[in-house]
Design a binder for this molecule. Structure first.
Ligand SMILES: Nc1ncnc2c1ncn2[C@@H]1O[C@H](COP(=O)(O)OP(=O)(O)OP(=O)(O)O)[C@@H](O)[C@H]1O
Length: 314
């Protein structure tokens, strides 16, 4: 199926074999493909320098791809910018607007360039900045600036919203407020493409995701798809007077000194074996922690295995 076919079948965003090269020939994006259905929240994750921002900029129409094609709402976002831009909201990593203006003045200035803009007060209330309406932008905290960036992205009631690291600099409460708002927008039918370094953020928000490494997508799907093959983990510390040699044979290899880190595909069975042994031996397992495979585990595993593979082939 070509990118045009997929657009016609209701995908808001389609990237098809996309490449991006910078001056000097460095290829930051090496032929990636993915699509985002209308009303879906898709997260693009990756190691530092993986090519996330380079990809999102192509979807925002800031540059044309050097290979392959991108479609947003059925259009080429670079060549057909006028058709796409009014229907899209963009929250960049760095907002960069004049800081002598107040928050409301900034929104009004932006609204002047946006058709069908929300009233400034409504946009501020959405992001919890209502009380800062008359504050100069340069007096906002880093987290408040991030919220203002989001308010600006939401001004034109976008059908597609690009969020590049939306909660960087926000405290835990601010992050959760933003997540709640993003969920509401998605429930209202907005398509969202999110890049983030916070795996918990992707876990909490994304319908589907892709993990990039060095310009390529190394895995993608729902969180369940991405974590399915990963092992669960059991961690604890042995008391000082219990040597690792006393552990059941099957668990001994997981010990490094007193610390034990077990990776298992049969969590319940391994936990049962461990707890039975601990009870029979009268051993207390300090800091016992058992958890199913998480996105974080999957991410770390992927980053590690690809870096090791590169070392072997280097
Ligand atoms: N204008 C540019 N000229 C040359 N190289 C660039 C340019 N912008 C980015 N790069 C390089 O392209 C690669 C991908 O960068 P990009 O910012 O897209 O990655 P990212 O996944 O968003 O990274 P991060 O998570 O660190 O923000 C990096 O190696 C970066 O140094």
């Amino acid at each position: 199926m070509t990118s045009d076919d997929i657009s016609r079948t209701g995908h808001a965003i389609v990237a098809d074999q996309v490449r991006r090269r910078y001056a000097g020939g460095f290829e930051a994006v090496s032929g990636i493909s993915f699509s985002v259905a209308r009303g879906e929240l898709f997260a693009l994750l990756g190691t530092n320098g993986a090519g996330k921002t380079s990809t999102v900029e192509l979807l925002e129409g800031l540059a044309p791809p050097d290979g392959g094609s991108v479609r947003v709402l059925g259009h080429d976002p670079y060549r057909e910018r006028a058709a796409v831009r009014p229907r899209v909201g963009v929250m960049l990593q760095e907002g960069g607007f004049p800081s002598d203006l107040t928050v409301t003045e900034t929104l009004r200035m932006w609204a002047g360039c946006t058709s069908g803009a929300r009233p400034a007060g409504e946009a501020l209330d959405l992001v919890g900045l209502g009380a800062r309406a008359r504050t100069r932008v340069k007096q906002l905290s880093g987290g408040e600036r991030r919220r203002l960036d989001l308010a600006l992205a939401l001004l034109g009631r976008p059908e597609v919203l690009f969020l590049d690291e939306p909660t960087t600099g926000l405290d835990a409460e601010g992050r959760r407020d933003t997540w709640r708002l993003v969920r509401q927008l998605r429930e209202g039918g907005t398509t969202v493409l999110l890049t983030t370094h916070y795996l918990e953020e992707a876990e909490s928000l994304a319908d589907r995701l892709a993990i990039m490494h060095q310009g390529r997508i190394v895995t993608s799907g729902t969180i369940a798809d991405v974590t399915a093959e990963r092992p669960s983990r059991i961690r604890f510390e042995l008391p000082a007077d219990v040597p690792a040699a006393r552990l059941p044979l099957s668990l001994r290899a997981a010990a490094e000194g007193r610390r034990v880190d077990i990776r298992t595909h049969t969590l319940q069975e391994s936990l049962h074996e461990l707890l039975s042994w601990a009870r029979e031996s009268g051993v207390e397992l300090h800091g016992l922690d058992a958890r199913s495979a998480s996105l974080e585990e999957a991410f770390l595993d992927i980053a590690k295995s690809h870096t090791e593979a590169e070392r072997v082939t280097a």
